[in-house]
Design a protein around this ligand. Structure first.
Ligand SMILES: Cc1cc2nc3c(=O)[nH]c(=O)nc-3n(C[C@H](O)[C@H](O)[C@H](O)COP(=O)(O)OP(=O)(O)OC[C@H]3O[C@@H](n4cnc5c(N)ncnc54)[C@H](O)[C@@H]3O)c2cc1C
Length: 384
C-alpha cells in the first residue's frame, strides 16, 4: 500500500537531515527521509569538517555567517557538542595574482564584519617558524574559521529530527520519482511506494542520478578527494591554524596528536572511493615541501570521499521550472558540511513560505546554467 507524506527527502547526509530538522521545527506535516544505506554513509562521513568565512562571493559568505550562528550554539539547540575548534584558516599566497585575489577578498569579507587579516611574508615567518617561506608572498588569516565534527553534527540533526517526528527509513533506495502533468507525485523504493507533493533531492554526489529519475539533468559530478593522517607527530607547541598552500591545492591541520594532510582531487568523475599510493606520495611531497620537518612524519591512515561538484563550484538550490514540487539541494562543491545549517533553513522556508527569506538564493537556481549566469569563486580552486 502506498504511504502518504507531505514531504519526501531523498538522502540522509548532513544536508538532508538539516532540511528534515528545519522542516520539522516548523511543523511541516508528515516528513519522510529515505536513505539508501545508513545515515551519513556518503560524503558526510568522509568530510574533514572545515568551516570558514573566507569565501570570495557574497552568497557563500552569507551561508557561512548564517551557519556559524548554528555551530556556535549547536550544543544548546541539539544537545550534542559539535567539537567546533576555532583554530583559524590561513591561506598562503605564492603568486602576485593570488596576492591580488586575497587582498580583494579581505575587502569583501571585512564588509561583512569578518575579522580577516592580511599578513605579509615577514609576519608569517615570525608566527609560523615551521613553514618553508622562500616563495610565500603573504596570506590571509581569520580566527573565526576552524573545523567541527561531521558525525557529531549529523547525529545532532538526526536526533532532533527524529524527536520532532521525522520518519527516517534507512536501506531505502529511491529508484523512481513520479512526475505527472509537470508535478511530482511521489517516489518508489524497491520495497515501498510513497505519494508526496514535495520531493527534495539531497543525494550529495548522486544528485544527477536522482535528477534523471525526474527527467532532469542536474550538472553535478562526483569527484574523489583523498586525505591522509600522520601518526602522532610534534611540530610546535603553538596552535597551528588550518593552513592552505593555495597554489598547490594542499592543506594541513592538526588531527589528534598527528596531522591531517589533504591529498589530490580527481579530475575525472567517478564513484571510486579507494585510496591509492600515488595520492599518498603527492600528499606527503606537498607536506614536506611546505613544512620541511614533516619529512620525519609517518602516514598512518587515509580515506577518500566524493565531492559533488557543480560547474561554477556553487550550490544548486531551489525549485525546478517545469517540475512543481521537486526541490534541489545539491552541488555544494566541497563545502556542504559547513553550509548545512543555513541550507536546511532556506530550503524549509522555500517549501513552507514559497521563498527563502534568511538568504536570497535566487542566484543559486539551476536556471543559471541555461542563462549563462555562472558565479565566480576563486577561493574554491582550493577545496576542503
Ligand atoms: C574528503 C572530503 C573532505 C571534505 N571536507 C569538507 C570540509 O572541510 N568542509 C565542508 O564544508 N565540506 C567538506 N566536504 C564536502 C562535504 O562532505 C559535502 O559537501 C557534504 O557532506 C554533502 O552532504 P550531503 O548530505 O549533500 O551528501 P551526502 O553526505 O553524500 O549524503 C547524500 C546521501 O544520499 C544517499 N542517496 C544517494 N542516492 C540515493 C537514493 N537513490 N535513494 C536514497 N538515498 C540516496 C547517499 O547514500 C548519501 O548518504 C568534504 C568532502 C570530502 C569527500
Amino acid at each position: 500500500m502506498k504511504q502518504v507524506a507531505d514531504i519526501i527527502i531523498i538522502g540522509g547526509g548532513v544536508i538532508g537531515l538539516s532540511i528534515a530538522y528545519h522542516l520539522s521545527q516548523r511543523k511541516a506535516g508528515k516528513i519522510i527521509l529515505l536513505e539508501k544505506g545508513q545515515l551519513g554513509e556518503g560524503s558526510t562521513s568522509r568530510c574533514v569538517g572545515g568551516i570558514r568565512t573566507q569565501f570570495s562571493t557574497e552568497i557563500n559568505i552569507r551561508f557561512s555567517l548564517e551557519s556559524i550562528k548554528t555551530f556556535d550554539h549547536f550544543e544548546e539547540e541539539f544537545g550534542v557538542n559539535p567539537e567546533f575548534r576555532k583554530i583559524g584558516y590561513f591561506f598562503l599566497a605564492t603568486t602576485e595574482q593570488e596576492v591580488e585575489t586575497f587582498k580583494g577578498n579581505v575587502i569583501l569579507q571585512k564588509r561583512f564584519g569578518i575579522p580577516v587579516k592580511w599578513l605579509d611574508a615577514d609576519e608569517i615567518r615570525k608566527r609560523c617558524t615551521y613553514l618553508r617561506m622562500d616563495d610565500i608572498l603573504g596570506g590571509t588569516f581569520c580566527a573565526w574559521d576552524g573545523y567541527a565534527g561531521p558525525s557529531e553534527v549529523l547525529s545532532g540533526f538526526a536526533g532532533a529530527a527524529k524527536r520532532t517526528g521525522v520518519r527516517i527509513h534507512e536501506a531505502a533506495e529511491v529508484k523512481e520519482i513520479g512526475v505527472e502533468h509537470g508535478k511530482v507525485t511521489g517516489v518508489r523504493t524497491s520495497r515501498e511506494e510513497f505519494s508526496s507533493p514535495v520531493v527534495v533531492n539531497s543525494g550529495g554526489p548522486y544528485a544527477s542520478l536522482i535528477g534523471e529519475m525526474a527527467g532532469l539533468r542536474i550538472p553535478v559530478k562526483p569527484l574523489r578527494r583523498q586525505v591522509f593522517v600522520t601518526a602522532p607527530f610534534h611540530l610546535t607547541d603553538q596552535t597551528i591554524p588550518l593552513t592552505i598552500d593555495f597554489h598547490r591545492g594542499w592543506y594541513f591541520r592538526r588531527e589528534v596528536d598527528g596531522f591531517l594532510l589533504s591529498g589530490p582531487l580527481d579530475k575525472e568523475p567517478s564513484f571510486n572511493t579507494n585510496t591509492d599510493y600515488e595520492a599518498m606520495v603527492e600528499a606527503s611531497e606537498n607536506a614536506i615541501y611546505r613544512v620541511p620537518a614533516m619529512e620525519k612524519a609517518r602516514i598512518a591512515r587515509g580515506w577518500a570521499g566524493l565531492y559533488e561538484i557543480s560547474p561554477d563550484n556553487h550550490a544548486i538550490l531551489g525549485k525546478v521550472p517545469g517540475i512543481q514540487g521537486f526541490i534541489l539541494a545539491n552541488g555544494f562543491s566541497g563545502h556542504g558540511f559547513q553550509h548545512s545549517p543555513a541550507v536546511g533553513k532556506v530550503i524549509s522556508e522555500l517549501i513552507l513560505d514559497g521563498k527563502a527569506t534568511s538568504i536570497d538564493i535566487s542566484s543559486l537556481s539551476i536556471e543559471r546554467f541555461e542563462k549563462g549566469e555562472l558565479l565566480l569563486e576563486p577561493m574554491t580552486a582550493f577545496k576542503e
